[in-house]
Structure formats: C-alpha cells, structure tokens
Design a protein around this ligand. Structure first.
Ligand SMILES: C[S@@+](CC[C@H](N)C(=O)[O-])C[C@H]1O[C@@H](n2cnc3c(N)ncnc32)[C@H](O)[C@@H]1O
Length: 332
C-alpha cells in the first residue's frame, strides 16, 4: 500500500512522549500483525488495517493523557470487526460497557452481539440527530467506510445518477450531527474513499492485459449504478480512455465484480470528497485535523490486470484516513 502522511499525530500544544512513540508503535505493529492473521482474515482489507492501527495508537495516547478508560463509538459498525477488535486489544484502557456500535442493519448487529457481547449495540440511523443525542458523548468516534453510504443515498432516479450537491449536503449534515457525540477534547476518526485531487476530469488511458480484465471492465460499466461511466476506445478494444474520476471509481469498485458483495457495492459510490473538501468541511464544523493520510490501496491488485498510459502515470490515491480533534474550548 502506498501512502502519504500530511502531518504527525502530535497536536500543537499537546504533549506526547516522543521518546516512547516508536516503541509503542512497534509493539502495536506486532500485536496487530498477529491479530489480523488470526481474527480479521475474512474482512476485506481495503486499507482498513491502516485505520485500525491509527485508531489503536490514538486510543493508547489519548487514554494515557486522560488517565481514565475511554468511551468509544463506531457509527456504521457493520459486523463490528473494527470497534470490536480495537476494544479487544485495549480492554485495559477502554470502558467496554459504555462503548457502542451503531448500524441500521439488524443482521449485522446480530453478528456483533454474538462476536463481541461485552459492549452496547444500537440499531439506528446515524444520520438522525435523535439517535445520536440518545447515545451521549464519546472520547473516540469511528466512521470507517460508512459516510460514502450516506452520500450514495443521494441517488436521484430522475437523472439516473447521484445528485452530487445534495448528496454532499447529506454528508455534511450527518457530520454536524455526529459532532454532538464527540466529547470536547475527543477525536473523530474518518476512513473512507477519496475523490482524486487535481482535475478529476483529466483523461487517462488504460490498457487491459487480459480478456478477463476487459470483460470485468464492461460488466462494471454496465452494472455500476451511482454514475454513468463514460469512456472511449482508443485504437483497439484493448485500450480505453476515461476521466481520472471514472478511473478511480473503476479501480475501487470493480474489485467486487463477480463477487457476492457486488450486489451491494454496485449501488454505492466510494468517492465523494477530495482531501481538500474533507479538510474544509471538518474545519467548518469546528474540528482540527491532527493527522491525515492518503493511500493507494488498490494499485497492487491492478498492476497485473491493466497498464496505465502513459506508463509513468500513477494509480490515483483513493483512500483517506483523518484523525480530527474536537477542541476543548468550543461549545456544542
Ligand atoms: C461498508 S460497511 C463498514 C462496516 C464497518 N465500519 C467496517 O469497516 O468493517 C458500512 C456500514 O454502515 C452502515 N450504515 C450506512 N449508513 C448508515 C446509517 N445512515 N445509519 C446506520 N448505519 C449505516 C451499513 O449498514 C454498513 O453496515
């Protein structure tokens, strides 16, 4: 996985024992290496490992600073692997009984209750303020691969595509509500897909390296629901040209083509904000970005299936991880 870190975890004015950081990090790397192999094998990684590692370090540092067990909340928790494994790992510094996972899918919550019985599981829609207010405040709120589903719900049957301004408004509105669950002095961890930076309409050419890659591209174009994918053939059926925006949609989503998950995934856009938009929206809502990292998670999966033309062109960066801090001296 290729990544780029745009700032350190340390906040301005916040004291962190730098001398111990590498030791803690190393210890956690080893722990998570083992945990991932033994417990999280079935989950589709897609960079989630980076989110878990960052949240894990944040929990350690924040618990040390607070000198009390932390309350953790995950919104859109799915089957609970993210919050469940974090609490498993940090049971000594987290208040498990008052930590909560929320999802609107009752079947996922059933799995959560079976696999992680010690904590609270709430069935509800995290875009509803009443649901959030009922939950109370938390030291750490996790939003891992969840907000793009809020964006995707902004699909307009009239146009046959997501209504982008409306859908972005839905995401910002949801974040505004979510802020009520973050204690002043606490953190929001966001991990999700990323719109490419720069000019997303800029063209890129890709060459398919096998019949299978070409067939899967066609299936993707036909079945991907949130947006029409526009492309043109160049010279032969083996090379096509499309915008970087559509290319990013293709490489993040078509890994699910022909898999069981495709029936759900094909209705969701993984991309909605660029890094600049994430920063702008979170800033507008009063958060301070203490760390942001962007990744190319899918490049490795694709290098043997397609070639980008010109060949020095890079795979787009398609994932983002943000640790956002809610300042202490700010009300509501
Ligand atoms: C892609 S899954 C991610 C699950 C988990 N965070 C993980 O990374 O393993 C997204 C989850 O968010 C849930 N979700 C999406 N929108 C939601 C909403 N408005 N309220 C509650 N849950 C929601 C979905 O049901 C799904 O379980």
């Amino acid at each position: 996985m290729k990544g780029s870190y745009s700032s350190g975890l340390k906040k301005e004015g916040q004291k962190i024992d730098e001398a111990h950081t590498p030791i803690i990090a190393q210890e956690l790397e080893d722990f998570w290496e083992f945990y991932w192999e033994t417990r999280l094998r079935p989950i589709e990684n897609l960079g989630k490992r980076a989110a878990i590692l960052a949240a894990s370090r944040l929990i350690r540092k924040h618990a040390q600073a607070q000198q009390r067990p932390l309350r953790v909340l995950e919104l859109g928790c799915g089957e609970g692997q993210i919050i469940g494994s974090l609490l498993d790992a940090h049971f000594q510094v987290c208040d498990i009984r008052s930590s909560v996972g929320v999802d609107h899918d009752p079947r996922s919550l059933m799995r959560c209750r079976q696999n992680y019985p010690g904590m609270g599981w709430v069935e509800g829609d995290f875009t509803e303020l009443a649901v959030l207010e009922e939950l109370g405040k938390f030291d750490l709120v996790l939003l891992v691969n969840a907000l793009h589903e809020v964006f995707s719900a902004g699909y307009s049957p009239e146009t046959g595509e997501i209504d982008v301004p409306l859908a972005k408004q839905r995401v910002e509105q949801a974040l505004l509500g979510i802020k009520t669950c973050v204690s002043p002095g606490g953190y929001l961890v966001v991990f999700d897909g990323l719109e490419p930076s720069g000019d997303p309409s800029q063209k890129v050419q890709i060459q398919f390296l096998s019949d299978q890659a070409r067939e899967e591209f066609e299936l993707f174009v036909r079945q991907y629901h949130p947006f029409r994918i526009r492309y043109r053939e160049v010279d032969t059926a083996w090379t096509v040209e499309m915008s970087r925006r559509d290319f990013t949609r293709y490489i993040t989503k078509s890994i699910f083509v022909r898999k069981v998950l495709w029936e759900k995934e094909r209705f969701e856009s993984y991309q909605y904000y660029s890094e600049a938009e994430f920063r702008e929206v979170l800033g507008r809502l009063g958060f301070e970005i203490s760390e942001a990292a962007t990744f190319t998670v899918n490049g490795e999966k694709w290098r043997d299936r397609i070639k980008i033309q010109p060949s020095e062109d890079e795979f787009p960066i398609e994932h983002i991880l943000i640790l956002a801090y809610r300042p202490l001296n700010e009300s509501s």
